[in-house]
Unconditional design. Structure first.
Lengths: 425, 343
């Protein structure tokens, strides 16, 4: 194995394979960032009046995207643990990619929740004052701990390669990567073993943190709201975790194919692709089943608020987001693509399936957040109606672009693909 | 033109002499009044005469108090020493600090006395130290008396100067039946000031909390505007302040301010709290603190709203809340509101 890996040592050349694609991609990101930046300036100067939120519907697009990105992060992280904790064969190649995507997703999630605060200047208050019974108070701490775990894991996963590149290379990049080793520059096999041990330990701490606190906890945040019966269900946090894993797996699968093709210029490992696509299919089916069970519980309760909220979801003015995006892009379309073995081994189709799920889950998040805030909590109070304003949409696009930019910069600088291509086990 | 010709209609045609005579007829005899008390009548009369001279500017406040401090101390004793002197009430202090220091009576503000009176009911000002503050404020709304005029909503807006989109009180109106057999229920909805408030449970920074008097408070200096409490409130009683204003729509918009929760923030400013915060009814805490009823209670034309201490079993509200007609909104939520309704 040691002789094998040395053959790859000089092959560290991350970044776009095609210069033209690189320029086009950064140009697109620049446009999105400029638009988003302008919208953010409007949001800051005009305050929350720049949104379509009301006192009847106080949470909207920013909250939906916030839970979306927390879910994406938790899902991507859990996929990474398949390799570094559970030692599933052939998954090491996507380990770092998944961890890095998880970190970027958390950054974007926190950007969204920050933008959503009525007083953005008071964002650090939850670290000064707390409320023991508030899930949100717990969440902000869990997010910080979780980001810490993710960064620790990425460090231990990548350090060995960072040290090897820094040792052989020269120039700015080598110096930067040497800095990222935090002084642990040994390239011996024993140092690598130490890294793997600590990587596994961090992962073991991270799994319950991600499942129960970070994303399960975000589900709890909604589930405890007894005033909104649609959310007030014990199944809700579990559905949150499942849909997170769905979106995370889909994202990692799409990223794997895209980065291997566009950055590494290599051919996709079909076995790995099929492993991921089978996982994705299993998760999508679980998500469909649990959502259906939750719907049945709600409808059978005959609780007017629950029944009517489901009717709004399925037949209301925004029902297109349920049928086309949640059911169509999130469930049916990917399941069709995942249904045949030869399709599961076709990278192009799997990118389509992955991106379709990633978009479909956005609708899942919107359909979680908005519908229960349409019906008033008491008869006689005004009904809500919500669609994001251009400011809300553009700031969202801008914040997503920040995530894409950070990811691209990371993919251009860091050895996200293991130098030995991840087949060390 | 003489002034009599400019007289406005409906003003009676009488001169100032007639008015003075009317006042004199109504006035009580000072000597007679003072003799009813246990204290020195002559001293009282002398102090009153000199007080008039002070108000005419013939005597300085400093001299007045220098002259009477010792005798008053001897005559009234503890009551004199424990009562704040109105002349030393800041910021309108009328005597010099030096004189104030030398006086035997306690130096404090008259506001303290007023608050003591409000909290202690009918007790004398001298006993304000003993005043209790263990009320649990509660409201009882008699739906049979509510005519659905919405004047509580208007009074609340006028009192609390709430911006557009923020209405601490609303009246939910519901019609039942088919014409001509219709009835209408009007259900006024302030904040319920729940005993177990879900909003307090979820606030990540403890910016909203239950006070000893039963009122759920919001600390605008701490609220981060996450709106989780609005999600948690089963009564829709919380409103987000989007920073809008009634520009040119109401008189003195943005100038008259309301000391919500006892804090006067001055004129409304862009980006300054409570803009970007969540707001709600405070039972007019600032009015309760000075012994007044909330604006909605005071204004109610049908006398449907009642305010009082639910911890006092003999209070009117306690008796009403105990009646068989009484109910709370969404009792199954377990929030135990301090607002009761009478069927």
């Amino acid at each position: 194995m040691a002789t094998e890996s040395s053959a790859y040592d000089l092959e560290f050349d991350p970044g776009f394979e095609s210069r033209r694609l690189r320029i086009v991609w950064y140009a697109v990101l620049a446009v999105l960032l400029l638009g988003g930046g302008y919208a953010m300036w409007l949001r800051i100067t005009r305050g929350m009046a720049s949104t379509n939120l009301t006192s009847t519907t106080p949470w909207g697009a920013w909250v939906a995207f916030y839970i979306y990105f927390v879910g994406l992060s938790a899902g991507a992280f859990l996929v990474s643990t398949l390799a570094n904790v559970f030692g599933v064969e052939g998954m090491h190649r996507i380990d770092r990619d998944a961890l890095f995507a998880a970190i970027i997703s958390m950054v974007v999630a926190l950007l969204f929740v920050w933008t959503d605060l009525g007083r953005m200047d008071r964002m650090y208050y939850p670290f000064i004052w707390r409320q023991f019974t508030s899930p949100l108070a717990w969440e902000v701490h869990a997010y910080v701990a979780y980001i810490g775990i993710l960064v620790t894991e990425l460090y231990f996963s990548m350090r060995y390669d960072l040290a090897r590149i820094a040792e052989r290379g020269s120039g700015l990049r080598a110096r930067l990567l040497r800095l990222l080793t935090l002084g642990r520059t040994a390239t011996s096999e024993s140092s690598r073993e130490t890294d793997r041990t600590w990587l596994k330990r961090a992962g073991i701490v991270g799994i319950p943190l991600a499942i129960f606190l970070v994303h399960g906890g975000t589900g709890v945040l909604f589930a405890v709201a007894k005033a909104r019966p649609y959310w007030n269900s014990g199944l809700f946090p579990i559905i949150f975790v499942i849909s997170a894993v769905v979106s995370g797996t889909a994202l990692v699968m799409a990223l794997y194919v895209l980065r291997t093709r566009l950055f590494d210029g290599e051919s996709v490992d079909r076995d790995l692709l099929e492993r991921l696509s089978k996982l994705l299919a299993a998760f999508v089916i679980s998500d469909v089943a649990l959502t259906t069970i939750d719907m049945l519980i709600a409808l059978n309760s005959l609780h007017p608020h629950e029944v009517e909220t489901w009717l709004i979801v399925m037949f209301g003015e925004m029902s297109w987001s349920f049928w086309w995006f949640m059911v169509g892009f999130g469930w049916v379309f990917p399941l069709v693509l995942l249904s045949k073995r030869s399709w599961r081994r076709t990278p192009g189709l799997m990118v389509a399936a992955g991106l379709s799920v990633v978009i479909g889950i956005v609708a899942v998040r919107f359909n979680i957040v908005v519908p229960p805030q349409i019906l008033p909590v008491m008869e006689g109070l005004p009904h809500g109606s919500y669609f994001p304003t251009p400011v809300e949409s553009l700031t969202s696009v801008g914040m997503i672009a920040v995530g894409l930019l950070l990811y691209t910069i990371g993919a251009e600088l860091l050895p996200l693909t293991p130098l030995d291509r991840g087949d060390h086990s | 033109m003489s002034s009599t010709e400019e007289r406005l209609p409906s003003i009676p045609d009488v001169g100032s002499d007639e008015f003075d005579a009317m006042v004199d007829a109504e006035q009580t005899d000072p000597r007679e009044e003072l003799e009813k008390t246990d204290y020195d009548t002559e001293l009282g009369l002398a102090m009153a005469e000199d007080a008039k001279r002070v108000s005419r500017g013939e005597l300085s406040s400093d001299d007045y108090w220098k002259k009477y401090d010792e005798v008053a101390n001897a005559e009234f004793g503890e009551v004199y020493r424990a009562t704040p002197n109105p002349s030393i009430e800041s910021p309108d202090q009328t005597i010099s600090d030096e004189t104030a220091e030398s006086l035997g009576c306690s130096v404090g503000s008259m506001d303290d006395v007023a608050c003591g009176l409000a909290e202690g009911g009918q007790e004398a000002a001298g006993d304000e130290a003993a005043a209790s503050d263990d009320e649990r404020w509660g409201m009882v709304i008699d739906l049979q008396k509510c005519v659905g005029c919405d004047s509580c909503t208007v009074a609340c807006k006028a009192e609390n100067r709430t911006p557009p989109g923020v209405s601490y009180n609303v009246v939910m109106e519901e019609e039942h039946g088919e014409f001509p057999n219709v009835t209408r229920t009007n259900l006024p909805r302030p904040c319920m000031q729940c005993e177990n408030p879900p909003c307090v449970q979820v606030c990540p920074v403890s910016a909203t909390y239950k006070m000893d008097d039963g009122v759920v408070n919001i600390d605008y200096e701490r609220c981060i505007g996450c709106r989780y409490c609005m999600i948690a409130c089963p009564y829709g009683a919380r409103y987000f302040d989007f920073g809008e204003n009634y520009e040119g729509e109401v008189q003195a918009d943005g100038e008259v301010t309301s000391p919500e929760y006892g804090v006067d923030r001055g004129p409304r400013e862009d980006g300054a709290s409570p803009v970007g915060n969540v707001r709600k009814c405070s039972f007019c805490t600032h009015r309760l603190e000075r012994g007044e009823e909330p604006a909605c209670v005071e204004t109610c034309v049908g006398d449907a709203r009642n305010m009082g201490d639910l911890d006092d079993p003999d209070s009117e509200v306690s008796e009403m809340a105990d009646s068989t007609r009484a109910f709370q909104l969404k009792e199954s939520e377990g929030t135990d509101p301090n607002v009761y309704y009478l069927k």
